[in-house]
Design a protein around this ligand. Structure first.
Ligand code: ASP
Length: 435
């Protein structure tokens, strides 16, 4: 990617090279600290608590701070820009069909690999016991959060409540913003603005265009912090991460990572080549700053400002298609998450000695796809979903403790697959619309 704006040309290196350098430095320092000092070392804990954690969180929160105004203004303008209902419907149906097809493939890859490798049957009982003791406390906190979010409503009512806000202000007036609600509201406002004849909605749309440009400038400023913040975020994750866990959970981590890699480089490359008619190598080169941002923030939503910009500037996707496909995709299209959720549920079932029939596995696949739509694009947002599903199929939810220690590293990788998937959808829809 070229640099974000003239304002960011403060160094001889372009921004994406500096961010990559930050990532590599953070990774080397994090792994070395973990190996030589140990994750519990006093000085290391102090450094993380007082320096690297606040610096990383500052960057993450600044990015999240612009998400609500950015999503709202770009989605309303994007939908209004798409114009008539027929075109909007066409874009919606194409995006939906593409995303559903690709998600089905991702879950299929995950479930196929779990059945071939059988990672849950390769863990010695004492390792599983030790992991449950080590992460038991963290697990019970997550289980109580997941149980609070469970609802007794019938599926249709649940769907309506998931999508339609009773009050759009309350959807955003909390730290855990309900982006699906915000998007639904923005979609309706955009469609209504397009339907008003005689340019009467003009001032409203002009104000929102202005808001989107102001957000873009704020993002330029925030991205100047990216090289340092990315180093801190990656350092924290790796310094705290028990590398020993990679050995203990080797086959599980192997299945998730191989599945994500096959999907990212195999399925996306084929989709790019044959559906979007793009050169995959050139595509991956152009989106590298999105990949690095997703990897270090573990959040599709925090990456969204970068995703929107790169898709427009580097991939040439029209603004109105980006605003629709990428903003909705950031929460609703998460291929990496669907794959991860399917694999994790089946892995824990194998570990619990539960032999799931083919139809039970297919229902887990369906739940993983729906779950990925409902999973917020935030760090570790999959965990509550996995807790709810495993308890619904009769597995002790406390088993979630086993995967918590490796969740962050897997989250970094699945978030990359999630955002790159949104971008492949955007280039596919843009090509279809230009024909
Ligand atoms: N961190 C992921 C994302 O933001 C969601 C997840 O936990 O799977 O896309």
């Amino acid at each position: 990617m070229t640099d974000h704006s003239p304002q960011t040309q403060v160094s001889r290196w372009p921004l994406h090279t500096r961010i990559l350098a930050g990532l590599v430095l953070g990774a080397i320092l994090g792994i070395s600290a973990n190996q030589f000092l140990g994750g519990d070392h006093g000085g290391l804990q102090w450094t993380m608590a007082n320096l690297t954690e606040p610096a990383g969180q500052l960057f993450l929160r600044l990015l999240l701070m612009v998400v609500v105004p950015l999503v709202f203004s770009s989605l309303v303008c994007g939908v209004a820009g798409i114009g008539d209902f027929r075109r909007l419907g066409r874009v919606g149906i194409k995006s939906f069909t593409y995303c559903l097809g690709i998600s089905l493939i991702s879950v299929g890859i995950g479930i196929g690999l779990v059945n071939i490798v059988q990672p849950g049957k390769r863990i010695p009982a004492e390792t599983s016991q030790a992991l449950q003791e080590r992460y038991g406390k963290d697990a019970s906190q997550r289980i109580s959060v997941a149980q609070q979010s469970k609802s007794d409503d019938a599926p249709l009512l649940q769907l309506i409540k998931t999508l339609v806000p009773a009050n759009p202000i309350s959807a955003v007036a909390t730290d855990s913003v309900n982006l699906l609600h915000l998007m639904f509201f923005a979609l309706i406002l955009g469609a209504a603005a397009a339907a008003i004849p005689g340019g009467k909605a003009g001032p409203f749309l002009a104000a929102l265009e202005g808001l989107a440009s102001v957000c873009a400038r704020v993002i330029d400023w925030i991205m100047r912090l990216a090289p340092y913040a990315v180093a801190c975020l990656v350092f924290n994750n790796l310094a705290r991460f028990g590398l020993d866990l990679l050995q203990a959970l080797f086959w599980y981590v192997f299945v998730v990572l191989v599945g994500l890699a096959l999907h990212m480089f195999g399925v996306y490359s084929l989709a790019l080549r044959f559906l979007a008619r793009r050169d995959p190598v050139d595509f991956f080169r152009r989106v590298r700053s999105v990949i690095i941002t997703a990897f270090s923030t573990s959040s599709s939503v925090a990456t969204l400002p970068t995703t929107l910009r790169v898709s427009e500037e580097q991939l040439g996707v029209p603004k109105e298609i980006n605003s629709f496909v990428l903003t909705v995709g950031a929460t609703a299209n998460q291929n990496g998450t669907a794959l991860y959720e399917g694999v994790t549920v089946l892995f824990l079932a194998q570990l619990a000695g539960l032999d799931l029939s083919l139809s039970q596995q297919l229902s887990v696949a369906g739940m993983a796809i729906l779950g990925s739509v409902g999973t917020a694009g935030l760090p570790s947002a999959s965990i509550p979903f996995v807790v709810v599903v495993i308890s619904s199929i009769g597995i002790n939810p406390a088993l979630i403790a086993i995967v918590l220690g490796v969740d962050r590293i897997l989250d970094m990788c699945r978030t990359v697959v999630n955002v790159v998937g949104d971008m492949t959808a955007a280039v596919f829809v843009a090509r279809e619309e230009s024909r």
